[in-house]
Design a protein around this ligand. Structure first.
Ligand code: AHR
Length: 492
C-alpha cells in the first residue's frame, strides 16, 4: 500500500550544524600512509598529499576531520609527530600492532585540512598520557607565540596558530581494548582536569568527553552519568560510537539497525539532561557521534585486524562495501539528520582505505566505495532545517545481533517502519530535500507526500541508489558499478 508522509514548513526538529558532516583520519592501516599521504604517488603535491584522493574528498564533502585516533591516540605522543621528519622516532603502535614512522603528524594534518577546506578536530591522549600532555598540545597548536611550546611550533615552520576549535578528550576510554582504559570515575577525573587546563590556555575551544564506545557496553548509561557528573561544567559534548553489522546475514535486520542509533541518541540525551536537571542547569550537552559506519567483515577477532611483524601501514580494516551496506549506511545518515537538535557533530569512521568511502591502491588509482554516495548526498543536501515528518508506513519486526561485546546481544526491533525518511529545508538555496530509505526487500514503495506551508514546489532532481544485487560492490576495475541514478535514468 501507499506510504503517507506529512510535512509542514514550520514543524522543525532543528537546524543541521555544519559539523554533523564530519569524517575521521586515524593512524591505522593505509588511512594516512597510502591514503591521504603518499609522497611517491604520481598525483602527490609537494607536501605528499595525494591529489586524486583530495579531489574525491572534495566531492564527498566532509566538513570536519577527527585525528589522530581512535585507539591509536591512546598511546600517541604528539611530540613524536612534530619537528624535522628525519629526527622523528619510529614507535610500536599497540592499538594496531604496527610500526608508526611519524612521517606525518599534527602540523601535516593541519596543512592537509587547509588544503581540503575542512575543519580539524583533534583528540588528545588520555590513555597513556595525562592532562599535562593534553594542555601542552593545545599550547603548541593554538597559542600565538612567546612561550616555549608556541615558539617551537613557529620554529617547526608554522608561524600562525592552528586555531583548532574542537577537541576530543581521549577515545573510547570505557573499552578494555584501549591502552589504559579507565573506570568512569578515573576517566571523569582526568577528563575534567584536562578540560580545565586546555580551556585556561584557549577559552574559545570546545570539548567532547568520551561517552560509551557502544550501546552494548556493559557500563553504558552509568558511564555517561558518572563522566558528565565530573565534566558537565567544562565540556560542550559527549561522544557516541556505533558500527552497524550484518554478521547474522539478515538484511532486513541490518537495514533496520540504524533505528537503534535513534534509541542510543535519545538515551544519551536523556542521561545528559538528567545530569543537567540534578544541577538545576539549563545548559544542554550536545552529542558528538564521532564514530559511525558499517563495519563487521574486518572487525571480529584479532587476526582480522592485525598483521604479524609490526608492519608499517599494513592493509587492515579494508572493508569492501556492497549495495546493502550503502542502504544501512543511508539509514544512519537519516538517523543523524533527524536528531539535528542534539547531535551537533558527527564523524564517519573513517575516510580512506580503513572502513572508508574512498579506496586507493598504493601507487595506483583511487575510487568511490558504495557508501561514498549516501554520504556525499547527506553532506551536500543535508544542510538546513530538518522538518518533523509524520510517517504512516507499514512495519516489520527484526532481531539484530550485536556480538562485539563480552557476549552475543540481540536487540529486538518490534515495529520497523519500511520507510525511513528525513526532510531538509535549505531556505537559502530554496531547496527541500527528502532522504528516503525503502526497507522492503521485495516491494517498490509508492510515496504519498503532503507538504504544507510552501507556496510553490517543483521537482528539481531525483537521485536513487538501488540495485537488484544487494551484494554488488565497486572495485578498481568497475569503480561505478554502484552509483546514483538520476531521474530519467531510473529505468536503467
Ligand atoms: O574506527 C576504528 C576503531 O574503532 C577506532 O580506532 C576505535 O575508536 C573504534 O573502536
Amino acid at each position: 500500500r501507499n506510504v503517507d508522509v506529512l510535512l509542514h514548513r514550520d514543524f522543525v526538529i532543528g537546524t543541521t550544524d555544519p559539523r554533523l558532516f564530519g569524517a575521521f583520519v586515524e593512524h591505522l592501516g593505509r588511512c594516512v600512509y597510502g591514503g591521504i599521504f603518499e609522497p611517491d604517488h604520481p598525483t602527490a603535491d609537494k607536501n605528499g598529499f595525494r591529489q586524486d584522493v583530495l579531489a574525491l574528498v572534495r566531492e564527498l564533502a566532509p566538513t570536519i576531520m577527527r585525528y589522530p585516533g581512535g585507539n591509536f591516540v591512546s598511546g600517541y605522543n604528539w611530540e613524536d609527530g612534530v619537528g624535522p621528519v628525519a629526527r622523528r622516532p619510529r614507535r610500536l603502535d599497540l592499538a594496531w600492532m604496527s610500526t608508526e614512522t611519524n612521517a606525518f603528524g599534527t602540523n601535516e594534518f593541519i596543512d592537509w585540512c587547509r588544503a581540503a577546506a575542512i575543519e580539524p578536530m583533534l583528540a588528545v591522549n588520555l590513555g597513556t598520557r595525562d592532562a599535562d600532555a593534553a594542555r601542552n598540545l593545545v599550547e603548541y597548536c593554538n597559542h600565538p607565540g612567546g612561550t616555549a611550546l608556541s615558539d617551537l611550533r613557529r620554529e617547526h615552520g608554522w608561524a600562525r596558530p592552528h586555531d583548532v576549535k574542537f577537541w576530543c578528550l581521549g577515545n573510547e576510554m570505557d573499552g578494555p581494548w584501549q591502552m589504559e582504559a579507565k573506570t568512569p570515575e578515573e576517566y571523569g577525573r582526568i577528563a575534567v582536569e584536562a578540560a580545565k587546563m586546555m580551556k585556561w590556555i584557549d577559552p574559545t575551544i570546545e570539548l567532547a568527553a568520551c561517552g560509551s564506545s557502544g550501546r552494548r557496553m556493559p557500563t553504558f548509561g552509568r558511564w555517561e552519568d558518572a563522566v558528565l557528573e565530573h565534566t558537565f561544567d567544562h565540556v560542550e559534548f559527549i561522544s557516541l560510537h556505533t558500527y552497524l553489522n550484518n554478521y547474522a546475514g539478515d538484511t532486513a535486520a541490518f537495514i533496520a539497525s540504524c533505528d537503534l542509533m535513534d534509541n542510543f541518541i535519545d538515551e544519551v540525551v536523556a542521561i545528559a539532561d538528567t545530569v543537567a536537571a540534578r544541577r538545576r542547569s539549563d545548559k544542554r550537552i550536545m552529542l558528538s557521534f564521532d564514530e559511525w559506519n558499517v563495519w563487521y567483515r574486518t572487525r571480529r577477532g584479532r587476526d582480522a585486524r592485525v598483521k604479524p611483524g609490526w608492519p608499517v601501514a599494513p592493509p587492515i580494516l579494508e572493508e569492501i562495501y556492497n549495495m546493502e551496506d550503502a542502504l544501512a549506511f543511508g539509514g544512519a545518515c537519516i538517523s543523524l539528520l533527524n536528531h539535528a537538535n542534539r547531535v551537533k557533530a558527527a564523524c564517519l569512521a573513517q575516510l580512506v582505505n580503513v572502513i572508508a568511502p574512498i579506496m586507493t591502491e598504493t601507487g595506483g588509482p583511487a575510487w568511490r566505495q558504495t557508501i561514498f554516495h549516501p554520504f556525499a548526498h547527506f553532506s551536500n543536501f543535508g544542510r538546513g532545517r530538518v522538518l518533523r515528518a509524520v510517517i504512516d508506513s507499514p512495519t516489520y519486526t527484526a532481531s539484530y545481533l550485536d556480538p562485539n561485546g563480552p557476549q552475543d546481544l540481540y536487540f529486538r526491533l518490534p515495529a520497523v517502519p519500511y520507510l525511513k525518511l528525513a526532510a531538509i529545508h535549505d531556505e537559502k538555496a530554496g531547496l527541500l530535500t527528502l532522504f528516503a530509505l525503502n526497507r522492503s526487500l521485495t516491494e517498490d514503495m509508492p510515496l504519498q507526500v503532503r507538504i504544507e506551508g510552501f507556496s510553490r514546489l517543483e521537482v528539481a532532481q531525483s537521485l536513487q541508489l538501488c540495485d537488484a544485487d544487494l551484494k554488488a560492490v565497486n572495485t578498481k576495475e568497475a569503480p561505478d558499478r554502484i552509483a546514483p541514478l538520476r531521474r530519467g535514468e531510473l529505468g536503467r
